[in-house]
Design a binder for this molecule. Structure first.
Ligand SMILES: NC(=O)c1ccc[n+]([C@@H]2O[C@H](COP(=O)([O-])OP(=O)(O)OC[C@H]3O[C@@H](n4cnc5c(N)ncnc54)[C@H](O)[C@@H]3O)[C@@H](O)[C@H]2O)c1
Ligand SMILES: CC(C)[C@H](C(=O)O)[C@@H](O)C(=O)O
Ligand SMILES: [Mg+2]
Length: 355
């Protein structure tokens, strides 16, 4: 079991530094508690990097990411660059591509203490436990782009191999969970959707114990908030996965609750990123919900650093803090980022019997 980890922190913009600052303190507390060593390097990304380094992610930062054990990312985006030629978000896309993190795991689970934070009825939200597996390095995000004066296009391309590899990740995950996989596409309209469906059906033959169904993306958006318990694992393309995961955030009640892990081939560093953005509307006020970033750090220990024991402890500490009423404004509470962070730190290790 490794006991030293080299982590690259990329806080980014807006609330990114606030929530990564919180996660960093939780990591330090976990290191003290579990007795591992944490070597953290911190670099700029997004708007912060454009201002200081002239690009949303520098080549040095990409190299530092490649040679780390894992990367903990905050958020990028700043209204100052809206409509400009260089966008902060390009830094995140470049990192995903450079690390080839093709499978983005976005778990969405109802948290018992938050059932009233969701605008949806309790009976819809209770017991929800969905894992969205979003393809992250292909599709319309990365196809050829044309931006002419009166014409633009985003080419959406998927190769068979790109669908195979993300489908395998999703089938494996379903096999470890309830054994059900829903593949979401627009095979009724899109050529990429038809390839997607055909390839997922082929990969299904390797996983006879997983029950597979296909749902069109528009209908999936409806089922997700009408009957979310119908889903165990969802696998879908880059764009649909982006939209469905924000939609799914109304189940736990806020974008501030959704963590994610962007994974590539085994042995390569994962990029761990909360699903939410830089939230310019609340940035700098100290009120951002740090749970998504802390749960993202937990995913980093489970999927990136092979320390599920640390991951379990962080997830338990988050549950306990929410049960004790440590809720930020987005969840209907009145606690600030600092109070929630301190609560999580206090509960790390509680219930393990060696504290
Ligand atoms: N991974 C990323 O870096 C990432 C993800 C999404 C959006 N973005 C960027 O962020 C910027 C803002 O985008 P947006 O407003 O559409 O999405 P957003 O996720 O930043 O915010 C959407 C809403 O959710 C709230 N919210 C989000 N995270 C929260 C948190 N941790 N605590 C409390 N409330 C939270 C915000 O206040 C806002 O009302 C844009 O530039 C966008 O491109 C970046
Ligand atoms: C910021 C943006 C590039 C990003 C995406 O669209 O992938 C974000 O919305 C996300 O969900 O991680
Ligand atoms: Mg998104």
């Amino acid at each position: 079991m490794a006991d030293r980890f080299d982590i690259l922190l990329l806080p980014g913009d807006g609330i990114g530094p606030e929530v990564i600052g919180a996660a960093r303190r939780v990591l330090d507390a976990a290191a003290d508690h579990f007795g591992f060593e944490l070597a953290c390097d911190e670099r700029l990304v997004g708007a912060a990097a454009i201002r200081a380094e002239g690009a949303p992610v520098s080549e040095e930062t990409i190299q530092a990411a490649k040679s780390s054990d894992a990367i903990l990312f905050g958020a990028v985006g700043d209204p100052e660059f809206d409509g400009g030629d260089v966008r902060p978000e390009a830094g995140l896309l470049a990192l995903r591509k450079a690390l080839d993190t093709f499978a983005n795991l976005r778990p969405v689970a109802a948290i018992p203490a938050l059932l009233d934070a969701s605008p949806l009825k309790r009976e819809i939200v209770e017991g929800v436990d969905v894992l969205i597996v979003r393809e992250l390095t292909g599709g319309s995000y990365f196809g050829e782009k044309v931006e002419a004066f009166d014409y633009s296009s985003d080419l959406s391309v998927y190769t068979k191999e790109e669908v195979v590899r993300v489908a395998r990740v999703a089938f494996e995950a379903a096999g470890r969970r309830k054994g059900r996989l829903t593949s979401v596409d627009k095979a009724n309209v899109m050529a990429t959707g038809r390839l997607w469906r055909k390839v997922v059906n082929e990969v299904a033959e390797e996983y006879p114990d997983v029950e597979l169904d296909h749902v069109l993306a528009d209908a999936a958006a409806m089922h997700l908030i009408q009957n979310p318990r119908r889903f165990d694992v969802i696998v879908t393309d880059n764009l649909f996965g982006d939209m469905l995961s924000d939609e799914a955030s109304v189940l736990p009640g806020s974008m501030g609750m959704l963590p994610s892990a962007s994974l590539g081939a085994p042995g390569t560093p994962g990029l761990f990123e909360p699903v939410h953005g830089s939230a310019p509307d609340i940035a700098g006020k100290g009120v951002a919900n740090p749970y998504a970033a802390i749960l993202t750090a937990a995913m980093m220990f489970r999927h990136g650093l092979d320390r599920p024991d640390v991951s379990d402890a962080l997830e338990r500490a988050v549950s306990t803090a929410t049960e004790a009423g440590f809720l930020t404004r987005d969840l209907g509470g009145d606690k600030n980022t600092e109070e929630v962070t301190q609560a999580v730190i206090r509960w790390i290790g509680a219930g393990e019997g060696h504290m």
